[in-house]
Design a protein around this ligand. Structure first.
Ligand code: ADP
Ligand code: MG
Length: 257
């Protein structure tokens, strides 16, 4: 038995690489032979399209799970990649927060929906939207652990303390067993002094929670989704691909595999 199975990628800031990291790490873990279910909980659906799935052409989505209209096993679709499955997103997820305002246990919708599929997968990976709203709260409540992708910028440090507070509150009110699996540096450029300085700050603060391998800024990583491919399929010999493979190993180690 592994320690952690459901892992979400969260950070209230947009553009830090939540989706990129969720998709590529999910793909690397699947490649290693583990069965992985990716949950795209961002209404923008970038993880869905990034794996080559037409957002307008899906059946049930995360919206239907949260609203309670479909079962998770009905919403899962296979991707083109072995061992990698997805519950896609759809734009109507934007309205879910309002629709649930008066509902009971609205923070537990995703957790409860995932119960029926959990045993079928080695890992469930959740890509969160860029906010700390109800959808992200659902993701954090459903997860055993959280990975926080960050950029090496000054403002990242402020964002991290806000997120640390949110994690504390989620633990207190909804999910006492939630753990920080790690902080993942994304788009790292070691030639920039500022990046190196911020990296040192993050190391000081998070010490062993920081993943050893930073993900470099790499053009191939940003090209891959437009071909509907994870980086490991798009360009296996790129620096980005090697970095994601290394981080995926760290993730599996920390999860107890
Ligand atoms: P988020 O999900 O946090 O909003 P994304 O994963 O969508 O962030 O990333 C934001 C943008 O940055 C996307 O265009 C993505 O392709 C690009 N990107 C992410 N990580 C990298 C990287 N390591 N190197 C180059 N571009 C990246
Ligand atoms: Mg995203």
């Amino acid at each position: 038995m592994s320690k952690y199975k459901t892992i979400c990628f969260a950070n209230q800031k947009g553009g830090v690489g939540k989706t990129t990291c969720a998709v590529n790490i999910a793909a690397c873990i699947a490649r290693s032979g583990k069965k992985v279910l990716l949950i795209d909980s961002d209404p923008q659906g970038n993880a869905t399209s990034g794996l080559g799935i037409n957002k307008r052409n899906t059946g049930a989505t995360v919206y239907d799970l949260i609203i309670g209209r479909s079962r998770a096993d009905e919403a899962v679709i296979p991707t083109e990649y072995e061992n990698l499955y997805i519950v896609p997103s759809s734009i109507n997820l934007v309205g879910a927060e309002l629709e649930l305002v008066d509902e009971e246990k609205r923070e537990f919708r995703l957790r409860d929906a995932l119960q029926v599929v959990k045993d079928d997968y080695d890992y469930v990976i959740v890509d969160c939207p860029p906010s700390l709203g109800l959808i992200t709260i659902n993701a954090l409540t459903a997860s055993d652990a959280i990975i926080v992708p960050v950029l090496c910028e000054y403002y990242s440090l402020e964002g991290l303390s806000q997120l640390t507070m949110t994690i504390k509150q989620i633990k207190r009110f909804y999910n006492p067993s939630l753990e920080l699996l790690g902080v993942l540096i994304n788009m790292f450029d070691g030639r920039l002094n500022l990046s190196v300085q911020v990296l040192e700050e993050i190391k000081k603060y998070f010490s062993d929670k920081l993943f050893k391998t930073p993900i470099p800024r790499n053009i191939k990583i940003s090209e891959a989704p437009s071909y509907g491919m994870p980086i490991t399929e798009y360009d296996r010999h790129s620096k980005g691909s090697a970095a994601y493979a290394a981080v995926a190993r760290e993730v599996m180690d920390r999860c107890g595999y």
